[in-house]
Design a protein around this ligand. Sequence first.
Ligand SMILES: Nc1ncnc2c1ncn2[C@@H]1O[C@H](COP(=O)(O)OP(=O)(O)O)[C@@H](O)[C@H]1O
Ligand SMILES: [Mg+2]
Length: 368
Amino acid sequence: MTYTLGFGGVNVIHRGSAVVADDADLVGLAEIAELARVSRTVVSNWRARDERFPAPIAELRAGPVFARDAVRRYLRRRNRHMAHVISTINLKGGVGKTTTTVGLAEMLSAEFGKKVLVIDLDPQTNATTVLIGEDRWRDLNAQKHTLVTLFTDALRPDGESAKFDLDAALQRKVSPVSEVRTVDLLPSSLDLIDVQDRLASMPSGRFYSNNPTDLLRRAVRPILGNYDFVLVDCPPNLGIVTLNGLRISDGYIIPTIPDVLSTYGIPQIQARVKAFADNLGETIHEIGIIVTKYRAASTVHRTTIDRLLNDEELPPVFETVIPEGNAIAASAEFASTSTLRQKYQYQGGYEVFRDLAKEFIDAVEEAA
Ligand SMILES: Nc1ncnc2c1ncn2[C@@H]1O[C@H](COP(=O)(O)OP(=O)(O)O)[C@@H](O)[C@H]1O
Ligand SMILES: [Mg+2]
């Protein structure tokens, strides 16, 4: 018999008479010390003195065990090396998801001194090519050092060894803007398109096959603690690849052009993400809607923003609005500049993204 307890995403699997916990979701005191990069003694002190310290799920002979997610939340509150992981989602393409993700990553790094990891899950690979350029992407893709290898590993027959090499795939200090020094990237590949379909139709009985939404989480767990923010650029759908992004996310943002078609899918995203999180016993916060490519002269744009602001069911709308502008369109190119001011020089693009990053940090920290 297999069942899932409804707290903290802890899977306690009951096989016959033995209760085996999925070690991915449970941690002991030693592991908490490792996560927080402090000694065991420090963790014991927190536990003894800090009433916010999570209660154990069980007391085993080896010691107490805790739900990893509860521990993560606790450590984040203590600010101990826990990254905020935020996905960027919209069911429509061309709405500024990648522009927003990359702009935020670069601002968080250069203006706010944050360490950022961008995870590109979109087969269109735009975030990847904006950050490292086509040539370097081609080399990586030829050597199979992209996230597609992580997903194809799950499709290999049992017994075949995994090929994904996190260290080789992780691109450090990316971005052609020289003042951006603390953005890393896990690159995507065009081949993700058919991987998505193959994962969805995977026969049961294979390694991972009962949980193909957990692949990314298992792979990146060792490095998440190295960052302040992890931004996941998702494909424009709610398929298995996107669910892998959501699985590691504390929240999500929805960039959207303020028109009917681009905003149409927002309630569906909310419902699906909530159902997914509920099923895991976790919370994935609705950080907010970010209005992109705004044209002040457009009546549709203005009325759509009003509608977004007035609909209580929808996520909050960021105050900062990204106007449509040539400098922002040009930011999609891999072009060297020394500062973000130069990159977004015209039409106030620099101030817009800086304000957006500030608002983003506040919203994310408040949600946590
Ligand atoms: N504020 C903006 N003003 C002008 N062009 C923009 C703006 N935001 C994005 N674009 C352009 O629109 C296209 C789609 O944007 P992108 O961020 O790639 O969308 P998505 O990731 O949602 O598909 C790109 O060519 C990009 O340069
Ligand atoms: Mg994109």
